[in-house]
Design a protein around this ligand. Structure first.
Ligand SMILES: [Zn+2]
Length: 160
């Protein structure tokens, strides 16, 4: 992993772009975890990067958007296919800046970090302690980044 003068991370060999420049705190790493949020998987499929609501999310690489929508525990999610990688950005704002079928470039704005609570999703089983529906299984605003290689979730940090 390398940093530029603006503290953005890049792949050392293939120039992937850190999705939320300026925010580098990993609040939950990839892999097994002891105390997942209720409804979340015991094996964490990606990394959680702390960032406030509305933080701009940039595509880590070029590719084609293959999904935008609400995806269970992941909440509002954007998935981009790039060769044998599927990159998913979760708990994002329901105001997606891209659409399925769109070709996007590395570093392109694709969305924003979403709110913790989200209303109007039919049959959303995820709720906070106040009974308000949440943006998937989440306790606060962050970006959940998943990278699947040939369909298998791998540690996103290995790419940066
Ligand atoms: Zn997560």
């Amino acid at each position: 992993m390398e940093k530029d003068e603006n503290s953005n991370y890049y792949f050392s060999n293939s120039n992937f772009f850190w999705p939320v420049p300026g925010f580098h705190t990993i609040t939950s790493p990839f892999g097994p975890r002891k105390t997942p949020t209720s409804g979340a998987s015991k094996v964490h499929s990606g990394i959680d990067i702390a960032a406030p609501q509305n933080t701009v999310i940039y595509s880590v690489t070029s590719g084609e958007v293959i999904f935008t929508g609400f995806q269970g525990a992941n909440g509002c999610t954007i998935t981009v296919k790039s060769n044998n990688l599927n990159i998913s950005y979760s708990h994002v704002s329901p105001t997606f800046l891209v659409f399925v079928g769109q070709t996007i470039n590395i570093g392109e704005k694709i969305g924003n970090v979403g709110p913790k609570n989200i209303f109007g999703i039919p049959n959303n089983p995820y709720k906070d302690s106040n009974g308000n529906p949440t943006n998937g299984a989440t306790t606060g605003c962050h970006l959940h980044l998943t990278i699947k290689k040939d369909g298998i979730a791998v540690n996103p940090l290995d790419f940066f």
